[in-house]
Design a binder for this molecule. Structure first.
Ligand SMILES: *Cc1c(COP(=O)(O)O)cnc(C)c1O
Length: 406
């Protein structure tokens, strides 16, 4: 961009350095806003237009031909809201900067984003997908049910190379994975993929903790509903990738209509500006809760990824449904990545749609609870969790009942 500073050398410290000349925290508040001062603005404008006036229909024809050929964002003024929107484009520019990719394409939800990726590959005749469990429950379901005509082979990271076929169009991993927080070695996985595009769902890590493109992922997917938006009031998805793949995604978005609303684009850009601060503060809370949960006799096992973050999963000796029913400050709700703390029982909600054997086989135990740690004071959070975990003596019979039902 327009910084006079010398480029930051490549660094393994993804917590502080961003690709290009500016640090991640700086990009978070400035990317996607470079033209504002020239326009005499400080806050980004929200463009709600669905269509745009043009007195030059020959020019429009040429611009639409160019879009049909490459999917590149049309030069000049927008044409129609389904083709592109300037407010949404600001968010896309900013997210691409944070992930260190050439481009990003936003969608109406994380699932719309994943669907568009699958359609891009299927339209090239590459319907076979190799994927590693666990994935977010609905991603698993979309692949397993073959809703978009894809065929999936589930494997572990070590089995990826052997699972590839001539018609394999995509390899999908989540790291840390929803809900077990299992991690994969992204560099090793990218190597195993060879020329097949690797999609990493980076929803849990966010670009603050991990930038998969630096490790060889061609596609970085987010449910922007979670940390990128960060306040539980926007449903959105985005894929960060190279310009060539972005062009295909824009063409699919144009043809299938899963566009992001401009107001959502505005809120996401605003959300990105506090992303590094939110992720670091929530992660500090999470690390403290992990220490307390791990030392607690009512807790059988705590899952927390090596890269850190604000997601914690834990298995209780007692009945997890009791814990859900007893929280008062923490909200018992699906979703994650908001400023406030949420807890849910994956086997009942986020991963309910996955076949029970597949779910358990992927390490999603019936006793697992998933906590999305927010920005509250950690002592207040612990007081609520401590009360929700209940008396140790109460939990013993429940433990026996649960082990009896597997
Ligand atoms: C929530 C989620 C999705 C789906 O995103 P939506 O915005 O709900 O469509 C995909 N991947 C992960 C890891 C998620 O947590």
């Amino acid at each position: 961009m327009d910084s006079a500073r010398t480029p930051t050398p490549p660094s393994d410290d993804v917590r502080t350095a961003a690709p290009g000349s500016r640090a991640l925290a700086t990009e978070a508040v400035h990317a996607g806003r470079d033209d504002l001062a020239r326009q005499g603005l400080h806050a980004p404008p929200i463009d709600l237009s669905t269509t745009y006036p043009s007195y030059d229909s020959r020019g429009e024809a040429a611009r639409i031909d160019a879009f049909a050929a490459t999917g590149a964002d049309p030069d000049g003024p927008p044409v129609y809201g389904r083709l592109g929107n300037p407010t949404v484009a600001r968010f896309e520019t900013a997210l691409a900067r944070l992930e260190g990719t050439e481009a990003a394409v936003a969608f109406a939800s994380g699932m719309a984003a994943l669907s568009a990726v699958l359609l891009v590959r299927a339209s090239a005749g590459l319907r076979h997908v190799v994927a590693v469990r666990p994935l977010y429950g609905c991603s698993d379901h979309l692949l397993t049910a073959g809703l978009l005509g894809s065929e999936v082979t589930w494997t572990d990271p070590a089995g990826i190379a052997d699972a590839l076929r001539p018609d394999t169009g995509l390899v999908i991993v989540e790291s840390p994975a929803n809900p077990t927080l299992a991690e994969v070695d992204l560099r090793a996985v990218a190597h195993a993929c060879g020329s097949v595009p690797l999609l990493v769902d980076n929803t849990f890590a966010t670009p603050v903790l991990q930038r998969p493109a630096e490790h060889g992922a061609r596609l970085v997917l987010h449910s922007a509903t979670k940390y990128l938006g960060g306040h539980g009031d926007v449903l959105a998805g985005v894929v960060a990738c190279d310009e060539e793949f972005a062009g295909r995604l824009r063409q699919v978005r144009f043809a299938t209509g899963g566009v992001l609303h401009p107001l959502a684009g505005y809120l996401l850009l605003r959300g990105l500006s506090t992303l590094p601060v939110r992720v670091r503060a929530a992660s500090a809370n999470a690390a403290e809760l992990v220490a307390r949960l791990a030392a607690d006799p009512r807790v059988a096992r705590v899952h927390y990824p090596r890269i850190g973050g604000a997601m914690v999963s834990f298995e209780v000796h007692g009945d997890p449904h009791d814990v859900i029913s007893r929280v008062r400050l923490v909200t018992p709700a699906v979703s994650l990545g908001s400023v406030d703390t949420l807890i849910q029982h994956p086997a009942s909600i986020s991963h309910r749609i996955v076949d029970a054997d597949d779910r358990r086989g992927a390490g999603v135990s019936d006793r697992l609870l998933r906590l999305s740690v927010g920005l509250e004071d950690v002592e207040d959070l612990w007081a609520d969790l401590d009360a929700a975990l209940g008396e140790w003596t109460e939990t013993v019979p429940a433990r026996q009942v649960l082990s009896g039902t597997g």
